[in-house]
Design a protein around this ligand. Structure first.
Ligand SMILES: Cc1cc2nc3c(=O)[nH]c(=O)nc-3n(C[C@H](O)[C@H](O)[C@H](O)COP(=O)(O)O)c2cc1C
Length: 316
């Protein structure tokens, strides 16, 4: 007999679906069982061109999983996560068993829970203001997973070199018509919360015009405005590590939100295999695999929220 009602587990999922995901594809599905939730990838929402190895797909899944665990702990549930539990069910990313009375983990807590509905990716130019060492430490302490590494730097020379990679990345990616078509498709779906007409016009422009140079300039300005650049890497380049990277990333985003710090992933570099290795050389950790890159800093808040699919649509 189940000890936690389906309604309660359903309620927890309302927090999971507020997670960030690449292009806001929300590539997840959930199934509710007896004291258990299964998290599946939704391959129909996989970005086949920009994410051929499914790295971003699994990072996005990890973000949703982390929100689920933060919410579960907030409401007093313990949990046991099994990653990729069944090799015959490729789409099953994780199974979470819930226990009625659980102790919250020291690295999760009310501040992270409160940040879930408020967190947003911030695309604006960040202010010229450094992040205090105490806050950097709190962000660093979010990375507790074994074999996952968080590297944060304000070093101008490294940021400049990374900036050049980002600019080249934009030029390479946006010169590919298939990449533009994929990006255009998702923008046209309104996933970024753009009003309908603008979404359709932007879809048309992205699909038909190579905006690589313009995008590179904008991304460069954004990246160089941020006082901190962060890279998440893993010792092993597999799906389980990528789910865990997503968990750490979301934990950092929630902690950053609580501290008034903005975040924005900048995935161009990690979408080009050759650049991933260069990135790890730049941060002097060639033994690890680059998985995710983002900037941190202070900025005026983004207005509104990006849309989410209703919970009913992601339940199986
Ligand atoms: C794996 C991953 C990669 C992402 N890459 C980028 C990126 O390259 N540029 C960007 O502006 N946002 C990126 N994002 C942020 C998403 O676009 C964002 O989460 C989504 O649009 C939902 O908006 P929200 O985070 O404000 O809720 C990424 C998010 C994830 C999880």
């Amino acid at each position: 007999m189940s000890r936690i009602s389906i309604e309660k587990l359903r309620f927890l999922l309302r927090y999971a679906i507020l997670a960030p995901s690449s292009f806001n594809t929300q590539p997840w599905k959930f199934s509710i069982g007896e004291d258990e939730i299964q998290v599946f990838t939704d391959k129909t929402r996989w970005l086949k061109v920009s994410d051929p190895d499914q790295r971003e797909l699994y990072i996005s899944i990890g973000c949703a999983l982390e929100n689920l665990l933060v919410a579960a702990e907030h409401f007093g549930y313990g949990h046991q996560v099994v990653y990729l539990p069944d090799p015959d069910k490729e789409e099953l990313a994780a199974t979470i068993k819930f226990i009625p009375q659980g102790q919250p983990s020291p690295f999760r807590g009310t501040a992270l829970f409160n940040a879930i509905p408020v967190r947003r990716t911030n695309h604006k130019i960040y202010e010229e203001r450094t992040v205090p060492p105490d806050d950097l430490k709190r962000l660093q302490d979010c990375c507790v997973e074994e074999d996952i590494l968080l590297y944060m730097t304000g070093d101008l020379d490294i940021r400049r070199k990374v900036d050049r990679l980002v600019m080249c990345g934009d030029a390479i990616l946006l010169s590919n018509p298939a990449y533009r078509e994929e990006l255009g498709y998702w923008i046209g779906q309104g996933t970024f919360g753009t009003p309908w007409l603008m979404a359709k016009l932007t879809k048309f422009a992205i699909t038909h015009i190579d905006m690589g140079k313009r995008q590179a300039k904008e991304d460069s300005k954004a990246l160089m405005s941020a006082p901190v650049l962060a890279v998440l890497g893993s010792k092993v380049d597999d799906k389980e590590s990528q789910i865990k990277i997503g968990q750490v990333f979301e934990r950092i985003c929630l902690m950053a939100t609580d501290l008034g710090i903005s975040t924005q992933p900048m995935s161009q570099i990690v979408e080009i295999p050759e650049f991933k290795a260069v990135l790890m050389m730049l941060i002097q950790d060639s033994d690890s695999f680059a998985q995710h890159i983002f900037r941190l800093g202070y900025a005026e808040q983004e207005k509104g929220h990006t849309p989410r699919r209703p919970l009913e649509e992601v339940l199986v």
